[in-house]
Design a protein around this ligand. Structure first.
Ligand SMILES: [Zn+2]
Length: 185
């Protein structure tokens, strides 16, 4: 097993590794110790105590909250059950016209808004931009990452999942039905 130091992991997270260092990590053997060290570094950087199980992106994490895996922003905002697409609970800004596209792209360099729209997903609390998707207008919200965390822990790390083992299933539609069905009640 490769023993890596914390400094290297911090630089990896901050995007400060040289090409050589990064290449060594990408092309080398995968190391469960590196993952645990990364969780430790990330945990030290957030201002809350819920244990990080798996990072989703720079700012989003699956954490164990009251025994259940939920998605949490680094600012502390909780998006709830990790099996429901967190984007459905974000603030969403859609660029679907020339004017809005021009704020990002120079003329003729952006997508044609009749065909494509840009959707920006922001945290409802800290307003950090969490994700952007470019999709045909009307395309369903993409669920980028629904990890099988139990399999990851058991088969890749050789450990038990440090949180309740819930059925591995996309619950986004159930969540949407609940909100839409709840309207007007
Ligand atoms: Zn936030």
């Amino acid at each position: 097993m490769i023993v890596e130091n914390e400094e290297l992991i911090k630089n990896l997270i901050d995007g400060k590794l040289t090409h050589e260092e990064l290449y060594r990590i990408i092309s080398g053997d995968k190391d469960p110790g590196r993952f645990k060290l990364m969780l430790k570094v990330l945990q030290e950087r957030v201002g809350w105590d819920e244990k990080i199980i798996l990072p989703v992106s720079d700012r989003l994490f699956i954490v164990c909250k009251d025994g259940k895996p939920v998605v949490k922003c680094s600012c502390g905002f909780e998006f709830g059950d990790y099996r429901e697409n967190w984007k459905l609970k974000a603030r969403i800004y859609v660029r679907d016209n020339e004017e809005a596209m021009k704020e990002i792209y120079k003329e003729y360099l952006g997508a044609n808004p009749e065909w494509t729209e840009l959707r920006e997903y922001y945290c409802p609390r800290c307003y950090a931009l969490l994700e952007v998707e470019a999709v045909p207008a009307g395309y369903p919200v993409i669920f980028d990452f629904l990890p099988d965390i139990k399999t990851f822990y058991q088969e890749w790390l050789g450990e038990e999942l440090p949180c309740e083992d819930l059925e591995f299933k996309d619950l986004s539609w159930e969540y949407l039905s609940k909100i839409i069905g709840g309207r007007g009640d």
